[in-house]
Design a protein around this ligand. Structure first.
Ligand code: AMP
Length: 147
């Protein structure tokens, strides 16, 4: 079996990120794989911005909330030792942008968190489920505490 060479960690800046990130980092180290990280901006209104627009991390913007998201991503990536070239902040729908990045950069494993869900949330589906649907590579869902 081929080992994973390029692992993508998807972070949503929730308190679960640390747990999921440690699993991804550990796996990348064990396999000597390259670790990439992505956050998809789905909660900031950005008029006239097309889905799939990548936000440069090293250029200041006029959006205060965007600066917060940028520094969140840079902080996590620095802690994990992810190279600047393997960090992605992009505007759009999380499941689609995560899958799009994975395909574009030959990712062979995506790591996401997964909550146990009930009721309406179960019907609406999770990001993990959506990524599994859209991605062409393997997806590792890290089980998180039930909400
Ligand atoms: P959710 O199903 O929305 O509770 O999210 C579960 C997991 O999906 C998180 O632990 C992340 O790995 C990933 N995820 C959710 N939202 C985003 C986002 N906006 N950008 C990147 N990853 C995300």
């Amino acid at each position: 079996m081929n080992e994973y060479r390029n692992i993508l960690l998807a972070v949503d800046f929730s308190e679960d990120d640390h747990y999921v990130a440690q699993k991804a980092k550990h796996m990348a180290e064990k396999l000597k794989a390259e670790l990439s990280i992505i956050h998809v901006l789905d909660n900031i209104p950005m008029p006239d911005t097309a889905y799939g627009t990548v936000i440069p991390l090293d250029t200041p913007t006029s959006y205060a909330s965007l600066e917060v998201e940028k520094s969140n991503l840079v902080n996590i990536a620095d802690q994990l030792g992810v190279k600047p070239i393997h960090r992605c902040l992009v505007w759009g729908e999380p499941k689609q942008e995560i899958a799009r990045f994975a395909e574009k950069y030959q990712i062979d494993l995506i790591v996401v968190g997964s909550h146990g869900r009930h009721g309406l949330a179960l019907l609406l589906g999770s990001t993990a489920k959506g990524v599994l649907h859209y991605a062409k590579c393997d997806v590792l869902a890290i089980r998180l505490q039930e909400e």
